[in-house]
Write a protein that binds this ligand. Structure first.
Ligand SMILES: [Zn+2]
Length: 424
């Protein structure tokens, strides 16, 4: 345990310094410390709302006067509003604070066949959403998205829009922001961010779909106290997002987590990435449809949704195809267990509708892969798949105000939970 945990609680600089991870930081300027404290207070309000200033001070360890200064600023900037008034047995009633749900975020989830566009508030509640067929050409997609988003801003004129978050089924260059690797999308390399920012006048943040699901788990899910987590998204393809020691792992060129394109068999079926026998070739929705067709069952190919319905109705060939897919998902997870040693693996995908049948198959594969100790927990995501990605993009847009990951525990954050000022 860190010696910081034994420090008597004090105000001022001691407390402010305590919130920086010394193993990886340089001395913070007073402005940086102010920003750190602002993020800490904003996050506490987000998680504990409605909350009084006294509780904010008690839980954060910051001085009451510091908390007052920060909350006044947050109210001026319309991040925070006065909420319910708490009822105390005696004495004056403190005024409680909550996030201003008139702050809006525009989000889009781009998938190979469909784009969902939604308006969310700062608490991740969705106020409206619509789906469009994914245009074949990225220019048409940018034009359509811009027009729809401008329209949504007009319709929701009571909201203060903070920005746009987009989840993409691939990777983008962190410098040029061009989508550079999205094998299932079949779009050429292009810039999604620049033209959309120009057309809407708002900042656009992009994130890989699996990484967005990690953010959703950390912000809105049950993963608050988990620091080593992998999210596996299974749809047309298969992606993974990795949270290691409480940080989202990006890797060189933002390419970390492409386990779906690790080849398990160089002589296996062709993959959309150009390789052969990739994990996703065996474990994606498309793989399950291929298994079903190979069993001679489907002359006029069902969709994955149909396949799930067939299995629910007891079709033995559909059940077998899904079980084969689940075995492939689980056996590929051996790479994750051996390489990342997660505490928890969260699955996002339509197939989780059949978790009762398919979950135990995946859990058994993961248990068999475990080297020592208990195997990682395996569970489906709290939100249904489309929602997980959209909520992740809400977190993506907001996280710069709430600290890098928003990953503070709800009670007494350990010092390492606040890695906020990094040296390069
Ligand atoms: Zn591949």
């Amino acid at each position: 345990m860190s010696s910081f945990e034994h420090c008597p609680r004090k105000g001022g600089i001691d407390v402010e310094m305590r919130q920086i991870d010394f193993t990886n930081t340089q001395v913070a300027s007073s402005e940086t410390a102010r920003n750190i404290n602002r993020g800490v207070v904003l996050n506490l309000i987000r998680k504990r709302q409605p909350i009084s200033r006294a509780d904010l001070a008690r839980i954060s360890g910051l001085q009451r006067s510091t908390v007052s200064l920060i909350t006044e600023q947050l109210i001026r900037e319309k991040w925070v509003v006065y909420g319910a008034t708490g009822r105390l047995p005696r004495g004056r009633r403190p005024t409680f604070l909550r996030l201003n749900d008139r702050r809006g975020i525009l989000v889009a989830d781009v998938r190979p066949t469909e784009i969902t566009i939604a308006v969310a508030d700062v608490n991740g509640r969705f106020l409206s959403h619509q789906a469009i067929a994914t245009p074949q050409n990225p220019r048409a997609a940018v034009a359509d998205l811009s027009a729809r988003m401008r329209h949504l801003v007009e319709v929701h004129s009571d909201l203060i829009f903070e920005g746009i978050g987009i989840s993409v089924p691939g990777r983008f260059d962190p410098v040029s922001h061009h989508i550079v690797f999205a094998p299932n999308l079949h779009w050429p390399e292009f810039d999604l961010k620049g033209p959309l920012e120009k057309a809407t006048g708002m900042r656009v943040d992009l994130e890989n779909a699996a990484n967005a699901c990690v953010l959703a788990e950390v912000w809105f899910g049950h993963a608050e106290k988990v620091r080593d987590l992998v999210v596996v998204t299974v749809s047309e393809g298969l992606g993974t997002g990795i949270l290691s020691n409480g940080q989202l792992v990006k890797g060189r060129n933002g390419m970390a987590g492409e386990f779906g394109h690790a080849s398990l068999n160089p002589d296996g079926p062709q993959c959309t990435c150009g390789g052969r026998g990739c994990w996703e070739v065996y474990a994606s929705n498309r793989a399950a449809l291929r298994y079903y067709q190979e069993s001679g069952a489907a002359p006029n190919g069902p969709t994955f949704h149909d396949l799930l319905s067939l299995a629910e109705a007891g079709d033995p060939l559909a059940v077998r195809a899904l079980e084969k897919m689940a075995h492939a998902i689980g056996s590929g997870m051996r790479m994750l267990v051996a390489g990342v040693a997660p505490e928890e693996i969260v699955l996002v995908g339509e197939f989780t509708r059949q978790w009762k049948r398919l979950g135990p198959i995946i859990e058994a594969e993961v248990a068999a892969a475990s080297l020592i100790g208990n195997p990682p927990r395996v569970r489906p995501a709290a939100a249904e798949p489309g929602m997980a990605r959209l909520r992740g993009t809400v977190a993506l847009v907001l996280q710069k105000h709430f600290g890098p990951s928003g990953h503070t525990s709800s009670a007494r954050p350990r010092p390492r939970d606040r890695v906020l000022v990094r040296t390069q």
